[in-house]
Ligand binder design. Structure first.
Ligand code: FES
Ligand SMILES: [Fe+2]
Length: 434
């Protein structure tokens, strides 16, 4: 898929104005003293100063998942997304790429675009009508009587953007980490057969969770709590994250069924030349990733009560519905499930230290007809319910983290990916502080 990288333009770090030197020393010690194998200390989840640091060291520095080409298929289509204090316009260009612009007017700072999505030619600020081109240049400003005003000095600030396998990533850093290219080369062969460019949005769910963004991510990275997901457990084997050594007695039957289903899935993948092997580099590189193709229970096709397909139209050039789920985890803010009949993307947008927007988007083949090829309620039921259950779980943890008696608790073996997420997070912040 086309890759388009916007011209770099720095955004000034604001940590110095939001965190005092004394706070920074305390926070650095907090990171240095983190107890391995345990959940984080309370301030990581509750302290606005840690959140400010997260925004700079994590969200201001790394490649972030934002949206996909299915959401902005045509030139001029845009979405606006917020990561904490940063607001971005992601605009599809005539050549199939993306422009990523800071949604901050260069006159007096108003949000230029106020809708979550839409289609536009030039970008007009609603306050005093300064008008910008899709590239962000200031092309019109009413300047009666002004003699020294130079429009060329007031373009919208730009961030980096690129499209990989139909997914759109942004980076706010002046110089983005370069290992993302290697990671994209890892995931593109897994995702390409599903061809996002030939999908459309069937539904999008936005949930605000009353919890720190890290609790949202931690919760996603384990299935120790999957007994709390009755709808999901019909198709997703609840043995995810377990091994021969760690599978509990009550799951032995399911474990055997899972292994058989996985062997059969891998045989089909070999036949079609579709990659399936686990690549897991969650805390061993800057752009942490886990990707795999794993079997689903029942018919092995999709996230339904019996594992049967939820849309009658296959995606891309796929020729078989029984392809399980290709699941990808990316640090710091996303995860994905690619089935033969639909794709689900999950993006996490921190709001503040105790609130997070979780955006879930269901994509189906662009020629699939609602009511004929898929029923919207049935398509979205499992993950809508699962998301609401997860929201409740992480909100309980946020409440607990704020309690004076909270202390970090131990992760179980099956929660190793939670530990990997926190390893990645603390390494990246400490490197930033250094
Ligand atoms: S703040 Fe945008 S035109 Fe004045
Ligand atoms: Fe969950």
């Amino acid at each position: 898929m086309t890759a388009s990288v916007s011209a770099p333009q720095p955004t000034r770090g604001k940590l110095a104005s939001s965190v005092s030197a004394e706070q920074l020393t305390e926070i650095t010690e907090l990171f240095q003293n983190r107890r391995l194998g345990y959940s984080l200390d309370s301030p990581f989840y509750t302290d606005p100063a840690v959140f400010a640091l997260d925004m700079q060291a994590i969200f201001g520095t790394h490649w972030l998942f934002a949206t996909s080409v299915a959401e902005i298929p045509e030139p001029g289509d845009y979405v606006t997304v917020d990561y904490g204090p940063y607001s971005l316009i992601i605009l599809r260009t005539d050549d199939g790429g993306v422009n990523v612009l800071h949604n901050v007017c260069r006159h007096r700072g108003a949000r230029v675009l106020t809708e979550a999505s839409g289609s536009t030619g030039n970008l007009v600020c609603g306050y005093h009508s300064w008008t910008y081109s899709p590239e962000g240049e200031l092309i019109h400003a009413s300047t009666p009587g002004e003699t020294k005003f130079d429009k060329n000095c007031f373009a919208l600030k730009r961030a980096h953007g690129q499209i990989r396998a139909g997914l759109i990533f942004v980076c706010l850093a002046q110089e983005p980490p370069t290992d993302f290219d290697q990671v994209a080369e890892i995931f593109e062969p897994y995702l390409a057969p599903h061809d996002i460019s030939r999908t459309k949005v069937a539904y999008q769910q936005n949930i605000i969770e009353e919890a720190n963004w890290k609790l949202v991510m931690e919760n996603n990275r384990e299935c120790y709590h999957c007994d709390g997901h009755p709808e999901l457990a019909c198709s997703l084997f609840p043995t995810w994250g377990l091994s021969d050594e760690s599978v509990p007695t009550h799951l032995e039957e399911v474990w055997k069924r899972n292994k058989q289903a996985q062997a059969s899935l891998e045989e089909r993948c070999r036949r079609y030349g579709i990659p399936f092997k686990v690549v897991e580099e969650l805390d061993t590189r800057i752009a942490g990733i886990r990707i795999s193709r794993e079997s689903l229970d029942g018919d092995g096709e999709s996230f339904s009560p019996d594992g049967h397909r939820l849309s009658k139209k296959l995606l891309g050039d796929l020729r078989d519905f029984r392809l399980g789920r290709c699941s990808m985890h990316l640090q710091p803010n996303s995860w994905f499930h690619f089935q033969s009949d639909h794709i689900i993307t999950f993006a996490v947008f921190p709001i503040n230290e105790h609130q997070t927007l979780v955006r879930t988007t269901w994509l189906v083949a662009d020629d699939a007809l609602e009511g004929e090829d898929y029923d919207l309620e049935t398509l979205t039921h499992t993950w809508k319910q699962t998301n609401l259950q997860d929201k409740a779980f992480v909100e309980l943890c946020q409440k607990g983290a704020a309690s004076p008696v909270y202390e970090p608790g131990p992760y179980m073996l099956s929660e190793y990916q939670v530990e990997a997420f926190l390893n990645w997070y603390t390494q990246r912040v400490l490197e930033h502080l250094a």
